[in-house]
Design a protein around this ligand. Structure first.
Ligand code: F6P
Length: 348
């Protein structure tokens, strides 16, 4: 039976969002459904802001970064009367199903709305951080790793010319996936991540060892969520002041500069820092992310068609499968020791 399918993108933007929107919309339209974009994540359902998604709207958006329907970090469970407004607007707009494209927070809201209010919602796993469990990879991650790797390659040549230590701060929140993958791909000499925190002293020793071998430059990749860790056992998180979003997350940023200062003071080697920041989320998705996002979008439309609500499209090996939304947001996917071991084999 024909229905109206809502599509929303929530949380930080991410390369590949438009590819998902295009695929989910295209398949739903082909099946005779109507598709409506919910503006700016959950805020659009709280405030009743929608936009048409037809063939014209999705034309040409496959390679475009960002999201044509906007995004915010709005949490309806944290807004006065938010959930009631979501349910009201969902009904008023005549939606029969919702495709929520987001990370842990957006999908956490979707999981609750499904479990507690029976909202017919399916999920698509998005985030450059790759920290969602229940899927092997999220879309957007490959693009972020590609951008970070390219930056590391560029920093290599200038580090070598100046005999400098270059510290590169990458995103990832509480997980070090981007740091580990871009660090391995870019040949980093030290990689520091939240899950397996080596000490500042250890990092400096690795750099000194290189210099003793005649390598006068080093590339250090640090994940924004790494806490400065010392051999004394002291640990210190570096975050930006007073910034907590509606999901209670602190805003990271600044560890690179602190670490660079420590390295320069302790080793005496000239050190510089580069913070990649939102560059990692901007611009066109890689071919890999375009394909993955497209497969996720088609799967989401299929889940709607089959009435498999409360489920999320996921990648397992090379297959697109569906998993419970609740499972996907139950815990964060952390970098396992084995992956960090691959990185560590090239330290120093
Ligand atoms: O979750 C994606 C992400 O890019 C994190 O890596 C980063 O910590 C955060 O979002 C930045 O958020 P904002 O765009 O709100 O500054």
């Amino acid at each position: 039976m024909a229905t109206t399918v809502g599509v929303l993108t929530g949380g930080g933007d991410c390369p590949g969002l438009n590819a998902v929107i295009r695929a989910a919309t295209r398949r739903s339209l082909d099946r005779g459904h109507e598709v409506i974009g919910v503006r700016e994540g959950w805020r659009g359902l709280v405030d009743g802001r929608f936009q048409e998604l037809g063939r014209r709207e999705i034309s040409g958006i496959l390679p475009r970064g960002g999201t044509i329907i906007g995004t915010t970090r709005t949490n309806p469970f944290n807004v006065e009367g938010g959930v009631e407004k979501v349910l009201q607007n969902f009904g008023r707009q005549g939606l029969g199903a919702l495709v929520a494209i987001g990370g842990e927070d957006t999908l956490g809201v979707a999981a609750r709305l499904y479990a507690e209010y029976d909202l017919p919602v399916v999920g698509v796993p998005k985030t450059i951080d790759n920290d969602l469990s229940a899927t092997d990879y999220t879309f957007g991650f490959d693009t972020a790793v590609f951008i970070a790797t390219e930056a590391i390659d560029r920093l290599h040549t200038t580090a070598e010319s100046h005999n400098r230590v270059m510290v590169v701060e990458v995103m990832g929140r509480a997980t070090g996936w981007i740091a580990v993958m871009s660090g391995i791909a870019g040949g980093a000499d030290v990689i520091l991540i939240p899950e397996h925190p080596i000490t500042v002293e250890d990092a400096c020793d690795q750099i000194r060892r290189r210099h003793d071998r005649g390598k006068d430059f080093s590339i250090v990749v640090v994940s924004e969520g790494y806490e400065l860790t010392y051999s004394s056992g002291e640990r210190r998180a570096v975050t930006q002041e007073a910034a907590v979003d509606q999901f209670g997350h602190v805003r990271f940023g600044g560890i690179g500069a602190e670490l660079a200062r420590e390295i320069e003071e302790r080793t005496g080697y000239e050190t510089r820092v580069t913070v990649l920041g939102h560059v990692q989320r901007g611009g066109s998705p890689t071919p890999h992310d375009r394909v993955l996002a497209t497969r996720y979008g088609l799967k989401a439309a299929d889940l709607v068609e089959e009435g498999k609500f409360g489920r999320m499209a996921a990648l397992r090996g090379d297959e697109i499968v569906d998993v419970a939304l609740a499972e996907a947001v139950a815990e964060q996917k952390r970098v396992p020791e084995g992956w960090y071991g691959v990185a560590r084999a090239f330290f120093g």
